[in-house]
Design a protein around this ligand. Structure first.
Ligand code: ADP
Ligand code: MG
Length: 246
C-alpha cells in the first residue's frame, strides 16, 4: 500500500503494523487543527523528518511513544509538538501547594547543553500558544533558578537535567504532581551517565503512568532502556528509523 511504501522508503519501522496503524504525517498541514496549528508560521521547515512523520500520529493521539532515531533526525520537534498540543488542549487547572512551581510537562535531558537547546526550541512553540517553559540544570548557582521558578509559579513546561531537577523536587521548589506529559530525551545517554535512579525518582514524582502521557527518545535500544520503558510507559508504540539492530 501507499503507507507501506512510504514507511519502507524512509526506513521507518513501527512496532505494531496492524490494521490500526496510523497514517504518517508527511506534511505539516496534516497535523490536526489545533491552537498551535492555527499559528502561522508554526515551523519554517518544508517537510517533517521521518521520526516526526511516523511518531506524531501516535503521540498526538495521546499514545505513549518511543522514538528511536540517530542524532540530528529531528527528535526535539518530534516530542515538542505533541507536548505543546497536549498542554494547549487542556485548561490549566488551579495550582495548589503554595510555594512550589507546578509544571504540567517535564522534559528530562542528559546535559546542560541539550537541555538549553531543547528549551530554546520548545519555548518558541510554547510562546505561540501562551505557554511558558523554564530550563533547570546543574553547575550553576541554584538561587537564580529559584527566582526564575518563583516568577513562573505556573511554569507550564520544565526542561531539566536529572540531578538539578531532583534537587528542586526534594526541596519542594518544583512539584511534578500536575504533570500530564513527560519526556525522556536521549534516554540511552542518560542511563550511560548513571542517571537511572534520578530518572526513576523524577517519574515517580509524576502522576502514575496511566494518568500521564510518556514519550521516550533514544538513539539506541539497549536492555536498560527497554527496562525503563517497561516500568514507566503504558503500551508504548515504538517507532524506529533506519537500522533496527542499533
Ligand atoms: P535530534 O534530537 O534527533 O538529534 P534535533 O531535534 O536536534 O535532532 O534536530 C536536528 C536539526 O534539524 C536541528 O537544527 C533542527 O532545527 C532541524 N530540524 C528539525 N526538524 C526539521 C525538519 N522537519 N526539517 C528540516 N530540519 C529540521
Ligand atoms: Mg535531541
Amino acid at each position: 500500500s501507499e503507507i507501506q511504501d512510504f514507511l519502507k522508503k524512509a526506513e521507518i519501522h513501527i512496532s505494531e503494523l496492524s490494521a490500526s496503524s496510523l497514517r504518517p504525517i508527511t506534511h505539516f498541514s496534516q497535523i490536526p487543527p489545533s491552537k498551535l496549528m492555527s499559528k502561522k508560521p508554526f515551523v519554517t521547515f518544508n517537510t517533517p523528518t521521518p521520526i516526526q512523520s511516523a511518531s506524531w500520529p501516535y503521540a498526538l493521539s495521546g499514545r505513549d511513544t518511543i522514538g528511536i532515531a540517530e542524532t540530528g533526525s529531528g527528535k526535539t520537534l518530534a516530542f515538542s509538538v505533541p507536548c505543546v498540543e497536549a498542554l494547549s488542549s487542556v485548561k490549566k487547572s488551579k495550582r495548589f501547594g503554595g510555594h512550589s512551581t507546578h509544571a504540567r510537562a517535564v522534559i528530562v535531558s542528559p546535559t546542560r547543553e541539550l537541555a538549553m537547546q531543547t528549551h530554546a526550541a520548545i519555548s518558541e512553540l510554547a510562546s505561540l500558544v501562551g505557554l511558558s517553559a523554564v530550563c533547570l540544570y546543574g553547575g550553576v548557582n541554584k538561587d537564580e533558578q529559584r527566582v526564575l521558578l518563583r516568577k513562573n509559579s505556573g511554569a507550564d513546561i520544565i526542561v531539566a537535567t536529572p540531578g538539578r531537577l531532583k534537587d528542586f523536587l526534594s526541596e519542594e521548589t518544583v512539584s511534578l504532581s500536575e504533570v500530564m506529559f513527560a519526556v525522556l530525551d536521549e534516554a540511552d545517554r542518560m542511563l550511560d551517565k548513571g542517571f537511572e535512579d534520578d530518572i526513576k525518582q523524577i517519574l515517580g514524582s509524576c502522576p502514575p503512568r496511566e494518568k500521564r502521557q510518556t514519550l521516550m527518545f533514544t538513539a539506541t535500544w539497549p536492555m536498560s532502556v527497554r527496562g525503563l520503558a517497561e516500568g514507566y510507559m503504558v503500551d508504548p508504540v515504538k517507532v524506529t528509523i533506519g537500522n533496527r539492530t542499533r
